[in-house]
Ligand binder design. Structure first.
Ligand code: ATP
Ligand code: MG
Length: 338
């Protein structure tokens, strides 16, 4: 990678509000995230923390009438795409970014054969290619038999549908694939197959990936870096191995603890105690403060800057427990994006 090449994705301090009957909801409250070419990045956080909203914002997929980006910018390979209209996005979609979702059926057309859907995606984005041949190549790439080109989505198993959706996405030859819980609906064996396929595709195509998941094990095995989001704010980020070795924010610690804990007597997964945040009234300070076992007075008053925790400057946290830039006691207090 040349040092001057801009990141494939740069999300800077984005604030996004949904208008609902109950009032405005600040789903993203100053979220920042960077992905370099070819890099696999994980995004983790509790349900409702803003993961899908962030992913959809990248592709302009949040509902145009009820959502608004109030501040911040989204740069794709250096180009500002924050204000692209829905119509402009139609031309852009899948190039250089494509998205796959938890539920492929919501994206695949139920009354169109799989091969035709892949062909349409090719024709929209790379019309110069010999389409039928390319459909065959894409099916082979996602390890589906060519005979499935004639099948309809409902005739496929969940794993096959996810592969078919991947083929539609890859038809655009994306440089970044955004995968929102791509394996959550699948059984464990199929999950492992799809993850192996994603890894293989990334290696072969040199494609970057933003992987959204509840499953920290998946992040550990599939992602080089990760971001931890809560109430629309990124609270910690860094190289996966560093964050796993020494999670810094009490929220991250809580997430990791919940992931390791056994299920309770009713079979439910462990969660962090306390109420989820009220996005209708965004906190002045750290949004996790009301649930944080280590909260101090400062935490409720204002959000701290980011503290870099390692020499490589890859691991950073926004938490008052760590020295702030400018603190006399701060050894490494430098402000970085986050
Ligand atoms: N179209 C919408 N209209 C109104 N509110 C929305 C809309 N989409 C999401 N939200 C709200 O925005 C917040 C963030 O939701 P989002 O779907 O991004 O969370 P998430 O982290 O993806 O959660 P999950 O893990 O359950 O998928 C939630 O409070 C949600 O209710
Ligand atoms: Mg989601």
């Amino acid at each position: 990678m040349s040092p001057t090449k801009p990141p494939i994705l740069q999300i800077e301090d984005v604030r996004l509000t949904f208008r609902t009957r109950e009032g405005a909801i600040r789903a993203l409250n100053g979220a920042s995230l960077t992905i370099h070419e070819g890099e696999a990045v994980g995004l983790v956080g509790e349900s409702g923390s803003g993961k899908s909203t962030l992913a959809r914002a990248v592709l302009g997929l949040n509902p145009e009438r009820s959502s608004r980006i109030e501040a911040g910018r989204i740069l794709m390979a250096g180009r500002d795409v924050t204000w692209l209209s829905q119509g402009e996005w139609e031309g852009e979609r899948g190039h250089p970014v494509a998205m796959v979702f938890q539920d492929p059926l919501s994206f695949l057309n139920p009354i169109m054969r799989i091969g035709r859907q892949i062909a349409e995606s090719i024709e929209r984005h790379t019309p110069q290619r010999r389409v039928a041949e390319r459909v065959g190549e894409l099916l082979e790439l996602v390890k589906l038999p060519s005979s499935l080109a004639r099948a309809y989505p409902h005739e496929l198993s969940g794993g096959m549908r996810q592969r078919a959706l991947l083929a539609v996405a890859l038809a655009c030859e994306p440089r970044l694939l955004v995968a929102d819980e791509p394996t959550t609906a699948l059984d464990v064996t199929t999950q492992a197959e799809i993850l192996a396929l994603l890894r293989d595709l990334r290696e072969r195509l040199g494609m970057a990936m933003l992987l959204i998941t509840h499953d920290l094990g998946i992040v550990a095995s599939a992602c080089e870096r990760l971001y931890v989001i809560y109430a629309g704010r990124v609270l910690e980020w860094g190289r996966t191995q560093n964050v796993f070795a020494a999670p810094a924010h009490p929220y991250t610690v809580g997430l990791f603890h919940a992931a390791r804990a056994d299920r309770d007597a009713k079979g439910r997964f462990a969660t962090i105690g306390g109420e989820p945040p009220d996005l209708g009234e965004p906190a002045q300070g750290c949004p996790f403060a009301p649930r944080c076992p280590k909260a101090m007075t400062e935490c409720v008053r204002s959000m701290p800057d980011a503290t870099v925790l390692d020499q490589g400057e890859s691991h950073a946290v926004r938490c008052w427990l760590y020295p702030q830039p400018g603190d006399a006691a701060s050894a490494s207090g430098r402000v970085v994006g986050g």
